[in-house]
Each structure stands twice: as structure tokens, then as C-alpha cells.
Design a protein around this ligand. Sequence first.
Ligand code: NOJ
Ligand code: CA
Length: 688
Amino acid sequence: MMKRRAFLALTGVSALAFGVRPALAQTAPGVLRASSPGGVMTVEAGVDGDGRPIYSISRMGRPVVTSSRLGYLLTDGVALERNLTVTAARPVTVDDTWEQPWGERQFIRNHYNEWRVSYVEKTALGRRFDVVFRLYDDGLGFRYDLPEQPGLKTVRIAAELTEFNLAEAGDAWWIPAWEWNREEYLYNRTAIDQVGSAQTPMTVRNDSGLHVSIHEAACLDYAGMNLRRSEGRSFRAQLTPGLTNAAVVRQAPFTSPWRTLQISDTAAGLVDSSLILNLNEPNKMGDVSWFKPMKYVGVWWEMHLELKTWNSGPKHGATTENAIKHIDFAAEHGFGGVLVEGWNIGWDGQWFANGSDFSFTECYPDFDIEAVTAHGRSKGVQLIGHHETGGNAFHYEQQMDAGFALYERLGMHSVKTGYVADAGGARVAGPDGSPVMVWNESQAMSQHHLRVAETAYKHKVAVNAHEPFKDTGLRRTYPNMISREGARGMEFSAWGQPGNPPEHEPNLVFTRLLAGPMDYTPGIFGMETRSPGGVQTTWAKQLALYVVIYSPIQMAADLLVNYEANPGPFQFIKDVPVDWSDTRVLNGEIGDYVTIARKERGSDIWALGAITDENPRTLSAPLSFLDAGRRYRAEIYRDGPDADFKGKRESIVIEQREVTSADTLSLALAPGGGQAIRFVPLGRKVRR
Ligand code: NOJ
Ligand code: CA
């Protein structure tokens, strides 16, 4: 028998009027409560008068989420949402530190109190589930744990009832859910009570200044979660529909993804948090040392500018000659990889309408993959694979093993995948094995992306998915999931109607990028494009994005001629590190500006990036992150006095000065501008 003392029983919480769900704090003394290790976050959980599971969250005594429902509706007409009794175990403290194989930090502390709350139906069925909370000082996650039990074997979830009733008024930054272009939307900023249906991460700033970002972690074999505002500041989890009337079908035992809230006094604190990664399981794959973080160039931007084509014909971009030209450029300037899109057969029809013509092993006749990769090997440059699927996961799965085997044989250790589809859906195998359409973030697609990662791993290939399933930190468990798109990338500055406005990147940092790395593809110097207004940043901001936006692969996305013509600013792109041992967020406000400093892994070099929206501003950057008592050469790339995203975008000042950790730099940013700095220690040998 379980030790009585280890449990706080809460049955028959005061008699409450039907339909009224007061905050649990009002139910004291029987209330169940647990806090984070430093006592910053507190959760209360229990049941209301109808035996419905509820929880609430407070931070340092101040409500963040008021009494909100938990539970499930199942498709067989029964619900796991009322007539429940509740008990809770005593919280268990965990404090460990783990190492990332690559990342924005080398070591991550994982310090939380885990609290298991158990719900059991009072009915004869006696079905049960637990809600497991992990309380950190910088937020929390909770998930449903469905144990093995006789009364519930196959769990068909029609709807998840989790609510987030936000306590305070404020502003929200969000992109719409259920739209055809998946995650590629501009961010809305509205009052919290004006949000519609939002994707996550959705970030809010309360009127008191508290910042909260709602997302999920470890979404595996499950439907993605969106947030639907029901009324006022109340949101409900909305699972992406599946193949049947159940959004999720699982066999017990299983756990749901974590529902997460990162909570901080400052916007910068959200970026500093490692909560999403911490809530994922440790590395299950094993060694990924065959993948090296790198910068790359590619046969890419020229297609987006319509100078070349993916399809065959006189303007075909993926020719042997063009690929070799890029490899030679990469070798000369120290880039590790070359991406070549349009190399494989299948681009000539309506590929984004069906995706069924793609071959993942056969080249167009003017692209000799054997010769290109042999040339790359002789120069120490890898060809980066490309698998556009047109959203046809069904078709892709039949060939992906052969596609990865080809890459393995040719020494190619990474692939960019893509799921562009006309109406934003995807095709997977239906119940009878023939293809059916599903949502991009359905359970079937979450299974697909895991199969891709596992198959790729077998062949020592790392995956950078475009039009992906949202990032929920799976790179901790599956570290060949290196990066992804999942937002409007730089490509929108090539042809977007509209393009990405200057506030886009400072929006991304505090929303999408809280989820994980993004292959944003910065580094554009040719500012006139097919998009009205062209690229809406200064050159200095393009450089700063290499530090601000984390990804273990970073593209130098522009045409090679633009780099050859501008060796001064190009030098920063060549020099900036791509793998880090430490990251510090010096300042920031959502959608306005941010300054991030990062230390290169394996050396004492630091880099700093600062970016602003359409407003010019001067930011203060104390250099206290540098080693005390050491001198550094600061290689500064800053906006010229007349720089402006609407005018002289190329106006840049490149200068050097000596600094120490005692200095504070004043960073003057132009409208739509930025600043990039590399700090190289002087007087001691730099290990590289
Ligand atoms: C969309 C991707 O985001 C882009 O990078 C790629 O070039 C096209 N799909 C074609 O695959
Ligand atoms: Ca895209």
C-alpha cells in the first residue's frame, strides 16, 4: 500500500454551485498546491463541484492563469472530464545538467519540481489519468499521462479540454491557426481579448509587464495544438483534426505533449529560458558527430528571384556547372555546404498540387550528382540534399530510404525537406493504405516527421524541414532534427506581397524562435527584389541576424556576385560562428528590438547582434559577458548615419576598436537597422 503521508487527498472540495468554477485558492484548506524550486511558480490543481479537473497558475502570489479546465472528450461519447476524484503525490525535485551536441548553449540546467496529480472516475468504469506538472522558476509544463488500465485501451481523443484562462489584460502576438499557408504569416499584435484562433507559440505581455508564452513541448505521435479564444481572455487547446473524427488515437499507456507556459518579467527572459528543451527526453538516437554545424551557400535565391528555375529548361539552376561554381566559392570562403534545389526529376509539372512526380534518386540530365559530390569532396565542401515533397508525405515515404541511402553513399550529411502544397494540406496513407489529405500538423504528420528523422539517422543524414510540423524541442531527443522553417523566412523578401516588414524579426525572436532553431536564410545584400519595397532591412541588420536568429546551419543566401562585389560586409558572414557554448540576451521588447550575445563553442570568441524594427534607436550593450581583465578586438559592422530600410540600406560602417568587459557600447540602429560585432580576444592564442 502507498504511504498515506505521501498523498494529500482532496475529495469533496466544498459544495459548489453547478457550473461555477472558482479559483482553487478559494477551496482551502483542502487545496492541492505545488511550487517551483525557488518558489516562483505555483500551481493549484483539483476538481470543481462536478468533479471536473481544474488547475490555476500563479507567479510570486500573482494569478497568471485562473481556474481552467483539464480533461478530454473521447469519440465514443464518453468524456474524461467530470465525476472525478483527485489525489496528488508529493512533488519530487530534479536538478541536473545536460549537454547539447550542438546548440545555442553547451550545458543546460534542468531544475524543476515534478508533481503528479491523479484523477479517477467515480463511476463503475473507474478510468483514470494523471496530470504531471513540471514546475520551473521560469515557467512550467504539464501533460496528461494515461496509464495502462482495463477500462481504457484504445484512446480516441475527439477534443482536449485544456483551458488557459489568462488572468490579466495585455497584448498578444500571434499568427492565425487553420490557414492554408501553415505558419507563414505575419504576426498580429492585438489585445489578448481580440485574438482569434492562434498557433503557438503565442506570446502575451500583460499590462503589469509580465510576459507569458504558451506553446507545447515534445509533440510526438500526437496532433499539434492551436489556441482558440472562446471569450474574454479564455483560450482552449484545439487539436489539429486527424484521419477520423478523433484528432488523436493512441493505445494506453501514453503521455500527451507538454502544454507549456514560459513566464518572465522581461521579454529577454523568455529567450533565456530552456524550458521547451528541458521538457523533452534526452537523446535517444546516439552519436550525431557526423553532423557539423555549418554555414552554407546555395543554388536558391536565384530561383526565388526568377533568374533561374527549379524545373528543367534553359534557365535550369541545378546544373553541374552552377553547382561546381558554388562549391568552389564555398571552398574559397570557408563555407561547409552547398544547397542545390531542383536537382531531381519532378519539378516540371504542378508539383505543389500533387508532389507525386518527384524522384528522390534520379537527377535531371544536366546535373551529375556523382561528379558534383566528387568535386565537393576534393574541396572539403558537402552537397546539401534537397527533398521537396509538395506535401505528399505518402509518395515521399516510399522513396525516402533510397534517397537517404544515396546521400549517405555520396557523403552528404544533411537534407532540406519541403512540404509546399497548394492548399496547405498533406497526403498520408489513409486507413486502407491509399493516400488521403490531412492537416499539416495532424497526428499522421507528426508520425511522418519522426519516420523521416529516424530513416535519415540510419543513413547519417540530418534534417532541416521547411513547411514543417512546428518545433516542440524534439532536437534534444532526436538531434538530427537540426533546424526548420515554420515561419515567414527571408524568401518572403524575394517575392512576398507584402514582404517581411522590419518588425518581423523582432517579432519572431519572442514567438516562433522560442520553439527552436530556424533556417531563416539571412545575408542578402541585393535589396531590390520582386517584393514591393525589396528587402526591408539595412545591410548591418542582415549581418546581425546571424547572431540573433539561432540555427546550427546558417545560409549565406544571396547571389555569389553580391558577395564578390562586397567583400567588406561579407567578411562578417565568413567570420561569424555557427555553434555556441553560451548565449546572453542583453535587452529586447517584443516586435521592437533585441540584442543577443553568443560565445563560440570551442573558442573564446563572442559575437553580438542587435536589430530594430522600423524605428531608429540607440541600445546600450554592457560587455560584462566578456572575460574580465582581457582585451578584445571588436570588429564592428554598424548602420551608416544615413542608413534606412527605405533608402540607403547598404550604408554600413565597418570599424575596429579595442574593448574590455568594463566597457559599455552604445549601439545606434537605423530605421530597420542593426549592428553586428565579433569580439576576438587579444594577447592569447585563440583555440578554434
Ligand atoms: C519553400 C521553401 O521554404 C523554400 O526554401 C524552397 O526553395 C521552396 N519551398 C522549394 O522547395
Ligand atoms: Ca517556406
